[in-house]
Design a protein around this ligand. Structure first.
Ligand code: GCW
Length: 683
């Protein structure tokens, strides 16, 4: 039962009449270079086209004769590539970019790039055109990735569990060993490369005892094998490392970043890692965060800590990716001054200018933690001389855990398009994380993966759209959420227009539906503690995690204004600060993130806060039920097993949405004593 295993690389056969004859014209794939990644590209073309046409297409070195698909690097020896692309094209292709052009003389399609990975991305691009049945005569494509680092973070543990994983166990680790059969890892590498990604860290940022040993001879040879699999798809391997490694595996008595013995230990360690993996990417570090060790223990700061690692990696071209998810996770709920939302900015902004140029700060998209709705992190863009990358969460920790449908690309798009005013107008988040605004040496995207060893990778089949969409967006943040969804649907389900339109509307509505029946108006949390699935309005209200809504009988929300609150709003620049500071101009969807207001406060929508809560929760459930109805209409159009699988998830979602609705509505009815204007049932 391989349902969904091929994901967007299913290559549904092209029917005669659907350009079958046009595609059939290409007699072979011409590849003349001896390079692992280019060979991968040729094999992928041969495999994909073979499946599309239902007949084998061979790979050959013979450039002459007939219409072919040729691929290679500029000046790499493939005569068709060299003949097709002149200096003008070559000069606009960046290291991982590619060009695809039809050669009118021979009728061939030629893929050219300046690097082997560019060739691979070009091959996957062509396959995407073919699988979505597009015309491929007269092609003239030029593509360059907008972001340099396009990375996936696994939160996988050596025992096979996955922190915040909702799709089975790890494909990398099992029973305290690195998996020896790497077939599935290879299939994952294909999925990642075909969506445009180029980097992966394979272990959880919470690095526990056994994973700390990945840096030792006990595990390095196995890690190197995994790196080898990813290498053939142009993907660089990184490891999450434990800041206290010198203590835990080095026999030192300190991990103080300014201690010469500690620095020396990391230098030697880096050399060992590079001896095993010459193209190793670098270290990903969660330090002084949620009880993980870090430089604070030694009264040092995050610049000291990250620079020490950067110095060790520098001779080998490695980088340090240092996470900014640093806050007080032992807060007293009675403390009304400390505000978790402020923490990343308060910790890191003063350090601007102190980081080595091979350090990148990885900042979560919002100031809290991947809630269904948060403002954009004010730290992104606020450090002019520091490399930054953004972190998204593909795994749906707070957005339905892949039991509910929540297509996250629209949320990410909103974040990327957000105007920060970091350097005046034109300072959107996407221009900061692509490195262009501040002229950074390194920058890009990272995201927490949503895959596990479930047959369909992501638990909910439709959650594959988030993984695919993340890769496509990292390649080009200008792509629309709809365009990405349409590609994904066509690649996954084939070209049936009814499927395209139904699934498209389901995906595009899903984030707003999930938001409607869960935590209202940007307030967040209200989930069951620890596992974070399902409603619990006060679950985090009297906890140590800095996650409060302050609902009482009069009103709700967190006053984060400068005038009367925690001052968080003042971390934003220019018009953003003014917009959020004022209760009049603050957008409805973020009102309770920035302000504490009475239940009778009237929103821009014209509704009171309490009536908004009731309305969205009743409507949210109806809309969730509607998703199931829409999907039911596809019975017979999609495979039976897939249909049942998704139908089951949607039924569970609708039932669970009712639970959310009734708990939230009842809670606020009891707190406020205000009845629903429409007299619907509240308990
Ligand atoms: O979202 C929280 C999660 C933790 C996670 C942490 C982080 C890996 O609940 O499970 O730890 O964020 O991002 O470090």
């Amino acid at each position: 039962q391989q349902t969904g295993y091929q994901a967007w690389l299913e290559f549904h056969p092209v029917a005669p009449g659907e350009r079958y004859d046009q595609y059939l014209a290409y007699s072979r794939i011409v590849c003349t270079e001896e390079d692992e990644v280019i060979h991968t590209a040729a094999q992928e073309l041969s495999h994909g086209i073979g499946k599309l046409l239902g007949r084998a297409i061979s790979v050959s070195e013979n450039v002459e004769g007939g219409a072919v698909i040729a691929l290679g690097t500029f000046g790499g020896g493939n005569a068709l590539v060299d003949r097709t692309f002149g200096d003008e094209t070559r000069s606009v292709i960046k290291p991982e970019g590619f060009a695809i052009k039809s050669d009118p003389a021979s009728g061939s399609i030629v893929i050219g790039a300046s690097s082997a990975s560019g060739v691979l991305y070009g091959a996957f691009h062509l396959l995407r055109l073919l699988s979505t049945k597009q015309a491929v005569n007269g092609l003239d494509v030029i593509e360059n990735p907008v972001n340099m680092l396009r990375m996936i973070n696994q939160w996988d543990n050596i025992d096979g569990s996955i922190e915040r994983g909702y799709a089975g166990k790890s494909i990398f680790f099992d029973n305290n060993r690195i998996t020896t059969d790497l077939t599935r890892v290879r299939d994952y590498a294909r999925l990642l490369a075909s969506s445009g990604l180029n980097a992966i860290s394979i272990n959880n940022v919470n690095v526990h005892q056994w994973e700390t040993k990945f840096l030792t001879g006990e595990y390095l040879p196995e890690v190197a094998k995994v790196a080898g699999v990813f290498r053939s798809f142009g993907i660089k391997l990184f490891l999450s490392v434990n800041y206290a490694s010198p203590l835990e595996i080095g026999g030192l008595s300190t991990a103080d970043p300014l201690d010469p013995a500690v620095r020396e230990w990391w230098r030697v360690k880096a050399a060992e890692v590079y001896a095993a993996i010459p193209d190793f990417g670098g270290f990903l570090v969660k330090a002084d965060s949620e009880n993980r060790p870090g430089p604070f223990t030694y009264d040092r700061d995050h610049a000291d800590g990250s620079n020490m690692l950067a110095e060790a990696l520098k001779p080998f071209g490695g980088i340090v990716i240092w996470r900014c998810f640093v806050y007080n996770c032992k807060q007293d709920w009675r403390d009304r001054v400390t505000d978790r939302a402020r923490a990343a900015y308060d910790h890191f902004k003063p350090l601007d200018g102190r980081f080595m140029d091979n350090v990148i700060l990885q900042v979560k998209n919002g100031p809290m933690d991947f809630q269904v709705r948060e403002p954009v992190s004010p730290l992104i863009g606020a450090m002019e001389t520091t490399n930054q990358m953004i972190e998204f969460q593909i795994t749906q920790e707070y957005t339905g855990q892949q039991r509910h449908l929540c297509y996250l690309v629209p949320q990410w798009k909103e974040v990327l398009d957000f105007e920060t005013y970091a350097k005046g107008e034109g300072s959107s988040i996407k221009r900061i994380v692509d490195g262009s605004l501040h002229g950074n040496r390194f920058s890009g995207f990272a995201a927490v993966s949503n895959i596990g060893n479930d047959v369909n990778w992501t638990g909910h089949l439709l959650a594959q759209a988030n993984l695919y969409g993340y890769g496509r967006l990292a390649w080009n943040p200008e792509l629309s959420a709809e365009a990405i969804a349409e590609e994904w649907i066509r690649l996954t389900f084939g070209g049936d227009e009814k499927i395209v339109s139904v699934v498209m509307s389901m995906l595009m509505e899903s984030w707003s539906i999930y938001e409607a029946y869960t935590a209202p108006l940007g307030v967040g949390w209200m989930v069951s503690p620890d596992h974070h699935y399902g409603p619990n309005v006060d679950g985090y209200e009297y906890s140590k995690w800095g996650t409060y809504h302050f609902a009482d009988c009069h009103g709700i929300g967190v006053d984060r204004t400068k005038a009367t609150g925690t001052g968080y709003a003042a971390q934003y620049k220019g018009a953003n600060y003014e917009t959020y500071e004022s209760v009049e101009s603050c957008p409805d969807e973020l009102l309770l993130f920035f302000h504490h207001v009475p239940y009778t406060h009237v929103l821009h929508s014209g509704q009171t806060v309490i009536q908004h809560i009731y309305n969205t929760h009743f409507e949210g459930v109806e809309r969730a039920e509607q998703l199931a109805v829409e999907w039911a209409g596809l019975k017979g159009s999609v495979g039976e097993l897939v249909h049942k699988h998704v139908a089951d998830r949607l039924a569970e979602q609708a039932a669970h949405a009712r639970e959310w609705r009734d708990m939230i509505n009842t809670y606020f009815f009891r707190k406020s004593g205000i009845a629903d204007a429409l007299g619907r049932t509240i308990y």
